[in-house]
Design a protein around this ligand. Structure first.
Ligand code: PHE
Length: 443
């Protein structure tokens, strides 16, 4: 018998743990900052509702009813060697690419946690604090070291298995994350910049929105909900057939969105209180925040808490990414899970090396104008995941069709709601994504 999560809560925590990650705390705030705040946030929220949630439900349904890895789940619902396995294969590739850069960023976080613990930020000059990240970028050895530590933690958890690894660690790390974020929110509330932060995130100025911003919002809605690469299919495959998918999916999408908004609120409260630039880009939480922690009363503890929070969030997501190829290979090729976990971990460590070296040794090596780090990020979030998502929605909405949708929504009485959901999955979500991809291609 296939191993299953021990309870519904365990599944919600694991799926939310996958969704809530660097996407929420690192990517969302800097993207919103670069794209002018409110307008980006509104488009992003619309994407979560119209595109993200339906595809999340589709993935969980396919996993729960296929009861197998990213590729075999489609076979089980269609036929052996179904061509619908393609989004599953794409997912395995996307997982490898995403975890490569994700683990490098995870390494930066560990480095900052180390600095917050063992150096006194408050004794450093603002210039010194500002140079921690660029210094790390220049130092290939240090990046590879931290990337190795992060990847080892991820491998250790996945190695222990679904119940003793994934489930157990999500149960500890997720409540820890919520607790630390709660403390930071209370702190942010007392800062002068809180009001400005609210206005920045929720008062839209659509003149600031560009085609790139639009594509980023769509891509990010996939990235942040862990969609389009069969993560939620894989996690759903460990869910017993008795559980209701829509309820879990709504919980997960809601939690993920709230955490992103709260993280944004906290970060921009600090940014505005200290008159910093919200357009700090990917360095936002690594350059602006430590500078502030260094000047604030109690900043040392805040810094330790903040980077611990991000470490937890990153780990619970990274394990869900590694689980996709591990589950696929161990089931498809009948190799022991332990061996596959180690092999995938080592392989992805090396693809990750390309990302870590993108800032130093391989700085001038670009493909389509992007270094490996940016290439892996953009190719997955903006293309592979959305295209995977379209295929998954099409499989669920057209191939499995009404029957599957009625089964998914069996607890819901309203016929109109069922129809609305059916056509959202069949047309609205895929076309929404296609239009944005098209706009980006021609602009
Ligand atoms: N959702 C995760 C985050 O926001 C990243 C992720 C992407 C995880 C794809 C799994 C699959 O950080």
């Amino acid at each position: 018998m296939r191993v299953h999560w021990s309870s519904r809560i365990a599944f919600v925590l694991a799926a939310a743990g996958s969704a809530i990650g660097l996407g929420n705390i690192w990517k969302f705030p800097y993207m919103a900052g670069e794209q002018g705040g409110g307008a980006f946030v509104i488009v992003y929220l619309a994407c979560i509702l119209i595109i993200g949630l339906p595809i999340l439900i589709a993935e969980m349904y396919i996993g729960q009813n296929g009861q197998a890895n990213a590729v075999t789940a489609f076979d089980n619902l269609d036929k052996k060697n179904s061509i619908w396995g393609i989004p599953g294969y794409m997912g395995v590739i996307a997982a490898i690419l995403i975890l490569s850069f994700y683990s490098v960023v995870g390494g930066w976080i560990l480095n900052f946690e180390y600095v917050s613990l063992f150096n006194n930020l408050s004794e450093m000059s603002p210039e010194q604090v500002e140079s921690i990240l660029p210094d790390l970028f220049d130092n290939a050895g240090a990046q590879l070291f931290w990337h190795a530590i992060f990847m080892s933690l991820v491998v250790a958890i996945v190695y222990a298995g679904v119940k003793d690894g994934l489930e157990r660690w999500n149960k500890v790390l997720m409540p820890g994350l919520l607790f630390i974020l709660g403390i930071l929110l209370v702190k942010a509330f007392t800062l002068d910049g809180f009001g400005e932060s609210l206005a920045f995130l929720f008062k839209p100025d659509f003149s600031k929105l560009t085609a790139t911003g639009l594509l980023d919002a769509v891509g990010h809605s996939f990235f942040t909900l862990s969609l389009g690469m069969a993560t939620m299919i894989t996690y759903g495959s460990y869910l017993s057939k008795k559980e209701s998918v829509p309820k879990v999916a709504i919980n997960v999408a809601f939690l993920d969105t709230v955490i992103a908004l709260v993280a944004g609120l906290v970060i921009f409260s600090i940014v505005f209180t200290f008159g910093l630039d919200p357009e700090g880009g990917p360095g936002l939480i690594f350059i602006t925040l430590p500078k502030l922690f260094a000047q604030m009363a109690g900043g040392k503890f805040l810094a330790i808490a903040f980077f611990l929070l991000v470490t937890f969030a990153a780990l619970t997501s990274a394990v869900s990414i590694l689980e996709v190829p591990v589950c696929f290979m161990s089931e498809k090729f009948k190799i022991s899970r332990h061996k596959v976990t180690l092999a995938c971990g080592i392989f992805i460590y090396f693809t990750g090396v390309l990302c870590a070296l993108s800032f130093n040794v391989l700085k001038d090596f670009t493909i389509l104008g992007l270094n490996f780090f940016d290439l892996f990020d953009k190719a997955t979030a903006n293309w592979l995941l959305p295209i995977g998502g379209i295929l998954i929605a099409t499989f669920y909405g057209w191939k499995l069709g009404r029957k599957a949708i009625n089964e998914t929504l069996k607890d819901i009485k309203s016929k109109a709601l069922k129809e609305l959901f059916l056509w959202t999955v069949r047309l609205m979500a895929p076309i929404g994504v296609l239009v944005v991809l098209f706009v980006k291609l021609v602009m």
